[in-house]
Design a protein around this ligand. Structure first.
Ligand code: ADP
Length: 326
């Protein structure tokens, strides 16, 4: 406001002095005087605006969580204020994201160490007992060795799943999509698990389509996902059957793995795809589970542009489904 007053005054007083005194020099000096005042005010104003900007940026630097309302600038530089507020919002979103990542990473490391400790302690215990004399006791020595072997297998499964999940989550997993025959593919998986199913007296079946269906997927990764689902179904089923089925839709094929096993309580359904989440920890460890199988399945299914769904009734069984492109 002030500079405008000075500019108007410069003109008014110069004209007035010219009229009263008739001297161009006096009127020019008066004009110059007001012109300097205007310039001085303009510089002061610019300095104040710069200080406001510096202060806003400094406030964000010192405390990025500062409330947005405190970031106020002169109304003349409102667009700059809007930009600073947007930048402040973005910084806070990024900080929030990084904190979340850090928390997830710490939790993951904690879980990994805990999961590693369990089989290592068990193996250590059995080996120590054997060394301390049990090795000469024919009643227990084989049993302890078998137990140690069981935990070694668990450790091996865990390390393999950890390598997979870290590869998938770091984006190192390269997908290689191509067309292949679905019926042949699933029949192959069934034959791999036939013995395991027979040992548990379970029926294992593939219900495919009459006509051949070509699906478009990463064969190795899809196999890994279906293997995990079939293995879970066999692990958590004591009687009845495990079925892989394929339904041919127009542009996609729906794949389901169903079982007549223990089922999953509805409260746990949402969480079973999280890393290391288990409904029954002891049971999972007993059957050689790592708690990572479904997290791997979820990643693989999502990399195929689909979503894994699950329906389950406790005591009756579960059905896991997803689709792949044709
Ligand atoms: P795990 O290696 O423990 O099987 P997963 O990630 O494969 O880990 O599965 C997570 C949990 O979901 C399992 O511990 C189990 O409690 C439950 N679960 C998975 N599949 C089934 C199933 N077919 N029937 C019953 N429970 C299941």
């Amino acid at each position: 406001m002030k500079p405008l007053v000075f500019v108007v005054s410069a003109f008014l007083f110069s004209i007035l002095s010219l009229t009263l005194t008739g001297s161009v020099t006096i009127s020019f000096i008066i004009f110059l005087f007001f012109a300097f005042l205007t310039l001085f005010e303009l510089l002061k104003l610019r300095r104040a605006e710069i200080n406001e900007i510096i202060s806003a940026v400094r406030q964000i630097r010192i405390d990025p969580a500062i409330p947005e309302e405190k970031l106020k600038l002169n109304p003349d530089i409102k667009p700059l204020e809007d930009e600073i507020r947007l930048m402040h919002k973005r910084i806070n979103e990024d900080i929030g994201y990084l904190r979340k990542l850090e928390k997830v990473r710490t939790e993951f490391l904690g879980n990994v160490s805990h999961e590693l400790k369990t089989p290592i302690f068990a193996i250590q215990g059995y080996v120590e007992t054997l060394i301390n004399g049990a090795i000469n006791d024919p009643k227990v020595n084989k049993y302890f060795l078998e137990k140690a072997l069981h935990h070694t297998n668990n450790l091996n499964n865990l390390v393999s799943d950890l390598i997979d999940i870290s590869m998938i989550e770091s984006g190192e997993m390269r997908m290689s999509f191509r067309y292949f025959d679905a019926n042949e593919f699933f029949a192959g998986i069934i034959s791999e698990y036939k013995n395991f199913a027979e040992e548990k007296n379970l029926k294992l079946e593939y219900r495919g389509t009459e006509k051949a269906v070509q699906i478009f997927a990463d064969k190795a990764r899809l196999k890994q996902a279906v293997n995990n689902l079939v293995m879970n179904a066999l692990k958590y089923t004591e009687k009845g059957e495990v079925v892989i089925s394929l339904v041919d839709n127009r542009k996609s094929a729906q794949i389901s793995v169903s079982d007549t096993g223990v089922g999953i309580p509805s409260a746990d359904l949402e969480r079973i795809f999280e890393r290391f989440y288990r409904v029954d920890k002891d049971r999972s460890r007993e059957v050689g589970g790592t708690g990572l199988g479904l997290a791997i399945v979820k990643h693989i299914v999502e990399a195929h542009g689909s979503k894994i769904t699950v329906r389950s009734m406790q005591g009756e069984g579960s059905v896991f489904s997803f689709s792949v492109k044709k």
